[in-house]
Design a protein around this ligand. Sequence first.
Ligand SMILES: [Zn+2]
Ligand SMILES: [Zn+2]
Length: 281
Amino acid sequence: MFLNTVLLSLIVFVRYLCFAGGLYYLCYVWKRSAWQSKRIATEPPSLKVMRHEFKYSVISSVIFGFMGAWMYDLWQKGNTLIYLDFSKYGLAYAVFSLFVMMLIHDTYFYWTHRLLHIPWFYKKMHRVHHSSPNPSPWAAFCFHPIEAFIESFYMPIIVFTVPAHPAVVIIFLMLMTVLGVINHLGYELYPAVFHRNKFLQGIISATNHSVHHRFNRFNYALYFTWWDDLMRTRYLLDKTVLRKAGKVGIDSELHDLTGLTPVTEDGNSFESKFPSLHIEF
Ligand SMILES: [Zn+2]
Ligand SMILES: [Zn+2]
């Protein structure tokens, strides 16, 4: 189990490094000037914020690796619903099982995320994730270690309830990572049709999750907007309005536009200052 934890932690970390690093390079280096219009925040995230996000993501990778090793152990002992014979359920089921896994994870994430915004939990744990109203792609795994442990419990729920082929589990984990990075990208890369089409609107975008970081409330889900729609916690802003998020001194303007108080980053003490704390319970 120890060796598996080390190996899986490395795999989780390299996967994070590839997706976060790749998308960071694409948006903030290679296409930096060409993609100005896609930017959500005016200012790029500070080095201090990115260092904080990276540090906690490394710790989370080890926790996710431990959880993966535990699931592997349970699988080897025949205690999970994971199956090896792909033809047993076929391709249509494989696609369906991927969707069900995402739905279960989204539900688990939404409700644990709502709990983490209760002030006590927020102060003790979740503020680590909200280190900046203007996060970077490196924030994908930036959680307090206890929060990372709580968040990783979707894994046992899935392996005990959804018959799944290992290849589908791997695709699911890749999607989980890349979508987590996209949510914190600071760039809106999805085409405009994602914001017009009724079905595509249900897929969470960088703009959607930026609202969560900017106001410390709304848009709690991970993949789909459905739980936020159902619980009336969804709030959408156009990225041109949201772009003001990175600009110092225009908070009153953003407040006038939305009626909400945005969070401001205090460059000197962002780790201890979280003024706009709201809960929807
Ligand atoms: Zn949050
Ligand atoms: Zn976030």
